[in-house]
Every structure is written in structure tokens, then in C-alpha cells.
Design a protein around this ligand. Structure first.
Ligand code: C5P
Length: 224
């Protein structure tokens, strides 16, 4: 088995406010991307890291990756295109592919290992998920509720998501108009099963300014 982790890191991070691309924003004096690569690379099962950076700003991404051994490629205009660009850069021997957001700096090594082991055991697609605390409503374009799915059946899904390489390649060959917010969504569109395994609160995504504060607090706790 040969395992690669693709790290989409080409997002602007507009919900974080003005500034550098999100993956290059710093917490604890280091870019989010560098934290993410350290977390993901800590799993001995991981053989290769491929980062998709902002196409116009690859030098800064390369600097953030210095010394990590990660391969850096130019990403695309949306997350799906960035993952596809990283997928095209994989050497032929890779047969298990994980995709993990640069914006999730503190993925625990056990979570990486759980996802890899579940794909290695034969699951075509695996996603980590957590139970949701809030009741979630589906609404229409006018804001009216159309459905309230039973809360115990819902999961908030994280990364790393893991795939047999052939499955992820087939998923990314689907028409580009198919807009999804995660790679598992493409595999669902193929009609293949996607298995949810337990996620981890530490694998939260840095999206808004308060998430940066949460990341700084987590680092302070770890340093204590
Ligand atoms: O915007 P969101 O937080 O959902 O982005 C998730 C991940 O996708 C981030 O790591 C971001 O850098 C990445 N992304 C990307 N290329 C884009 C847009 C987002 O690699 N064009």
C-alpha cells in the first residue's frame, strides 16, 4: 500500500477577513498549512503529501512547505479543481488517497490512521464525522423550512477523507458543473458507498476569526 495526502490550500479565506490566502495565515507563529502538514505527516502510513496552492502565489506556498517534503502544485478556482490538480500530480504507485483541508491544522494522527485503515480494509470512500449538537433544518430559497432530518442520523463531516485512488479518479472525472463541497459528495454521485467513521473535535476547520482564537487556545493548551 502507498498512501498520499492531497492538501487543497488555494482558498482565499474571505470569511476570515482581508489578508493572505487562508492556508498562509499564521497561528502560533506558523502558517495553518505548515501545522496541517506536520499533523498529517506524523502518521507513519503517509508516504507523500501534495499541496495545491493559489495559482498566482506559489512561491509563498512553497516557502510555507519548506522542509516538509511536500510536493507543491498550482490549485484551481474552486476546491474541487484544486484537489483534481493535486490528484494529477500523483506517482503511479499510490493506491490510497486522502484529501485534507489546509484549513484543518490539528488533525490527530489517530484520525489519519483510522481513515487509512478503513480504506485499506476495503471501503472505497471514508469520511470522518461528528454527531451534530444543533437541530438542522433544510430550507428553500425563501428561507422557509422544508424538512427537519432526525438529528441522530446527521453527521458533521470533516477531513481527512480517504479513497481508493481509482474511486477518487473516477469521481473527479464527473462533469465539472457538479458542484460539491467535499470529495465524498462526488463519490456519492457515482452511486458508490461512503462510510462515516468517528471524527475528532481537534480536526475543526479554521473558517472565521473566532476559529483562529480556538486554534491559538489549542496550541497554548498543548504547550502547557
Ligand atoms: O472555503 P473552505 O474553508 O471550505 O475551503 C476548504 C479548503 O479548500 C481550504 O483548505 C482551502 O484552501 C481549499 N480551497 C482550495 N482551492 C480553492 C478554494 C478552496 O484549495 N479554489
Amino acid at each position: 500500500m502507498s498512501v498520499a495526502v492531497l492538501v487543497p490550500a488555494a482558498g482565499r479565506g474571505e470569511r476570515l477577513g482581508p489578508g493572505a490566502p487562508k492556508a498562509l495565515r499564521e497561528v502560533g507563529g506558523e502558517p495553518l498549512l505548515r501545522h496541517a502538514l506536520r499533523s498529517l505527516g506524523a502518521a507513519p502510513e503517509v508516504d507523500l503529501l501534495v499541496v495545491a496552492g493559489p495559482p498566482g502565489d506559489l512561491a509563498a506556498t512553497e516557502a510555507a512547505c519548506a522542509g516538509t517534503g511536500a510536493l507543491v502544485v498550482a490549485g484551481g478556482t474552486d476546491r474541487r479543481a484544486s484537489v483534481a490538480a493535486a490528484l494529477r500530480a500523483l506517482p503511479p504507485e499510490v493506491d490510497v488517497v486522502l484529501v485534507s483541508d489546509a484549513a484543518r491544522p490539528f488533525v490527530p494522527v489517530e484520525l489519519v490512521q483510522r481513515v487509512v485503515a478503513t480504506v485499506a480494509a476495503g471501503a472505497p470512500a471514508v469520511v470522518p464525522g461528528l454527531p451534530v449538537a444543533d437541530t438542522v433544518k433544510q430550507v428553500d430559497g425563501t428561507g422557509h423550512v422544508v424538512a427537519t432530518p432526525p438529528r441522530e442520523l446527521l453527521r458533521a463531516v470533516q477531513t481527512p477523507q480517504g479513497f481508493a485512488r481509482v474511486v477518487l479518479e473516477r469521481a473527479h472525472a464527473l462533469p465539472a458543473e457538479l458542484l460539491v463541497t467535499d470529495d465524498a459528495g462526488l463519490v456519492e454521485a457515482l452511486g458508490l458507498p461512503v462510510l462515516v467513521v468517528p471524527g475528532a473535535p481537534e480536526a475543526f476547520k479554521v473558517t472565521r476569526p473566532e476559529d483562529v482564537e480556538a486554534a491559538e487556545a489549542l496550541l497554548r493548551r498543548r504547550g502547557a
